[in-house]
Ligand binder design. Structure first.
Ligand code: PBG
Length: 326
């Protein structure tokens, strides 16, 4: 037997780490945190074991817990005191995110990112005010252009409270440009934008919608989120966001869309983010609970794959568990 090429030579214990192509570290990870204006005590989120909604009075403690694991960045999601058709609590100066952000930035060194969307704040659960004719007409949902100024107001109010990065997730056309303009006009030229560029209309968001109370009361989000069948369209979306000034381009969900992560990595010089969403977290937990998978091993392998596909940063509910180990 005379084999010239024996890839196994580089798999021995001593050399494996030297030839390793991908490294996952705590500094790549962002943990989503839920703050809820309607509760006084922490409430566990059933479908996302280990995660909870926390009241405002617990938010600083919650963020300290995250930082103790080695994760420095958080993405804040809010559940407001009340909802209305336009989602006006989303840009209120005393809104739940604004207040939480002020407390976190005053008392911790965490890097605070905020979700910019209206679905948790509108009484109908869609990501902006409705077009005239909705919901009676099934083809009508969110009024794109009426949503843009609201997104500007939300972003400015978050920046004013101390957010360092805002992440628009509503998939409205022109949202990145509108937010950039709004932030700049208000003097927040240093606040970055992480665009949910390729956000698909995915069934993997199920557990999040329970957690954040943001499920649409009628219809679905197919008129604004992307069709899971489309790949070229993701490049188009990302190009538009890049032109409008996005600092980071995101793909969401992560695991079922690794081809998109890889495409964006190849086509853009921007940092690429991926959102390992609630359903991706829940399914591994469910299988592990049955004893069918080793949770820590599959969580690590999943996130390593997301990095290998080309993501620089990963939003994940596994952040704290994995950071402890990394
Ligand atoms: C709000 C938003 C959603 C998620 C993040 N921001 C829900 C949705 O679009 O329905 C999902 C996150 C997850 O599933 O972990 N627009």
């Amino acid at each position: 037997m005379n084999l010239t090429h024996r890839p196994r030579r580089l798999r021995t214990d001593g050399v494996r780490p030297l030839v390793r192509e991908t490294e996952l570290s705590a500094s790549d990870l962002i943990t989503p945190v839920f703050v809820d204006a309607t509760i006084d005590e922490r409430v566990a989120i059933q479908s996302m074991p280990g995660h909870e909604r926390v009241p405002l009075d617990e938010i600083v403690n919650r963020v300290e817990e995250v930082r103790e694991t080695g994760v420095e960045a958080i993405m804040l999601f809010g559940i407001p005191q009340s909802k209305d058709p336009d989602g006006s609590r989303a840009w209120a100066e005393d809104g739940v995110i604004q207040e939480a952000t002020r407390r976190i930035t005053a008392e911790t060194d965490a890097y605070v990112m905020t979700d910019i969307c209206l679905c948790e704040y509108t009484d109908h659960g869609h990501c902006g005010p409705l077009e005239e004719g909705a919901p009676e007409h099934a083809h009508m949902t969110v009024d794109n252009d009426a949503t843009l100024p609201l997104l500007q107001k939300i972003a400015v109010s978050h920046a004013e409270a101390g957010a360092e990065m805002v992440a628009p997730s509503g998939m409205m056309d022109g949202m990145v440009g509108a937010i950039r303009e709004g932030l700049d006009e208000a003097g927040h030229t240093d606040v970055s934008i992480m665009a949910y560029s390729a956000k698909y209309q995915s069934a993997f968001y199920g557990p999040f919608r329970d957690a954040a109370d943001g499920a649409p009361s009628f219809g679905d989000r197919r008129h604004y989120q992307m069709d899971p069948a489309n790949k070229r369209e993701a490049l188009r979306e990302a190009t538009l966001d890049a032109e409008q000034g996005a600092d980071i381009l995101m793909v969401k969900p992560a695991l079922p869309y690794l081809d998109i992560v890889s495409d964006l990595r190849r086509e853009f010089d921007h940092p690429i983010a991926a959102y390992n969403v609630s359903g991706e977290y829940a399914m591994l937990h469910a299988a592990a609970e049955k004893g069918w998978l080793n949770l820590e091993a599959v969580a690590y392998e999943s996130l390593l794959s997301v990095k290998r596909a080309g993501a620089d940063l990963i939003l994940t509910y596994f952040a704290e568990d994995l950071a402890d180990r990394l």
